[in-house]
Ligand binder design. Structure first.
Ligand code: NAD
Ligand code: UDP
Length: 323
């Protein structure tokens, strides 16, 4: 495989740090770019000693001049609490970040991959969600900064392709979990595991009947590398695990696997615009990438629980103010 200069924006985050690991292990020359809004250097500290890894503190809303062959664009807060912290900045990150990275790709002739999201489907009325479904997003609600920012980024990717014949790829990621999630990101898997390990109440929003489909991070990273390496496959392609669970079922499994004495409690109404159901249709990923997830939810949870048991929470801080 030829060695490439690869830029990973958001490369110090949960998924980005694993992607950097995989790409450096494959021998590529990797530049990790991050402003550390929702991550910290410890996620990539072990990579700093490698000759083929470089770390740049930079914000994608500002232009940047690099020479690269491939760009994975992951920079964007992903947890609802993180992206709603400064919603205007979230929208800027998706839209201005996409414009800056697409501009760089155009100048360098690089291939660029966008990590879009199942949130483009909003609270879906089609189930499971195929890529052809155009979604049901509330443009005015508290999740819109993320959903609409990601939708606009998809539009920009397609317009750069049509206008400049840029080599672009779009993946729509469904809920993904695993070691190195931020312990205070408030996402359901990390939140429930930390609560269980501390024998605190497990906080279910709504009646817990809303569903999500959880993909283990190694499966996810494999899929996005395949997408980048595919020949002229534009997508969008759904990447996720079709196994669908209610949030209550997830809570019960986590209590069982941790051996916790936590109680599962109703902690308030469902947040505004919280999707009631979510499950990827991965027909296209199977057909075009020869990919499907191989890690069962329970196996992934065991590894994630091990990780959260192993870290010292006092080394982690909540997201930094980011204007
Ligand atoms: P994460 O929050 O751990 O990683 C995002 C990274 O981007 C962080 O390191 C953060 O500091 C960085 N970042 C944020 N704003 C930035 C900016 N303006 N400039 C530079 N860096 C910035 O989240 P993640 O789960 O690793 O998500 C990575 C990507 O995948 C995101 O684009 C997210 O929208 C997408 N995605 C993730 C999931 C999931 O379930 N994990 C689902 C759908 C889509
Ligand atoms: N959720 C919950 N309790 C929590 C955190 C989340 O019941 O402590 C629910 C949340 O309301 C949503 C689901 O779990 O229905 C997934 O939430 P998450 O924030 O992980 O991501 P989303 O898929 O909504 O972006």
């Amino acid at each position: 495989m030829p060695i490439k200069r690869v830029l990973v924006t958001g490369g110090a985050g949960f998924l980005g740090s694993h992607l950097c690991e995989r790409l450096t292990a494959n021998g590529h020359d990797v530049i990790c770019l991050d402003n550390f809004f929702t991550s910290q250097k410890s996620n990539v500290k072990h990579l700093l000693k490698l000759d083929n890894f470089e770390l740049i503190r930079h914000d994608v809303t500002h232009p940047l001049w690099l020479e690269v062959d491939e760009i994975y664009n992951l920079a964007c807060p992903a947890a609802p609490g993180h992206y709603q912290y400064n919603p205007i900045k979230t929208m800027k990150t998706s839209v201005m970040g996409a414009i800056n990275m697409l501009g760089m790709a155009k100048r360098c002739g690089a291939k660029i991959l966008q990590t879009s999201t199942s949130e483009v489907y909003g609270d879906p009325s089609v189930h499971p969600q195929p890529e052809s479904y155009r979604g049901n997003v509330n443009t005015l609600g508290p999740r819109a900064c993320y959903d609409e920012g990601k939708r606009a980024a998809e539009t920009l990717f397609m317009d750069y392709k049509r206008s400049h014949n840029l080599d672009v790829a779009i993946v729509r990621i469904f809920n993904t979990f695993g070691p190195r999630m931020h312990p205070f990101d408030g996402r359901v898997v990390s939140n429930f595991i930390i609560q269980a390990l501390e024998n605190r109440d497990i906080t279910i929003f709504g009646d817990g009947s809303q569903t999500r489909s959880f993909c283990y991070r190694d499966d996810l990273v494999e899929a996005i590398i395949r997408m980048m390496e595919s020949d002229h496959l534009v997508g969008p392609i759904n990447i996720g695990n079709p196994g669908e669970f209610t949030i209550r079922e997830l809570a019960e499994i986590i209590v069982e696997l941790t051996g916790s004495s936590s109680q599962i409690v109703n902690a308030g109404p469902l947040p505004e615009d919280d999707p009631l159901q979510r499950q990827p249709d991965i027909t296209l990923a199977k057909r075009h990438l020869d990919w499907e997830p191989t890690t069962e939810l329970r196996d992934g949870l065991v590894r994630t629980i091990e990780y959260f048991r192993s870290i010292d929470l006092s080394n982690f801080r909540a997201p930094t103010p980011n204007h």
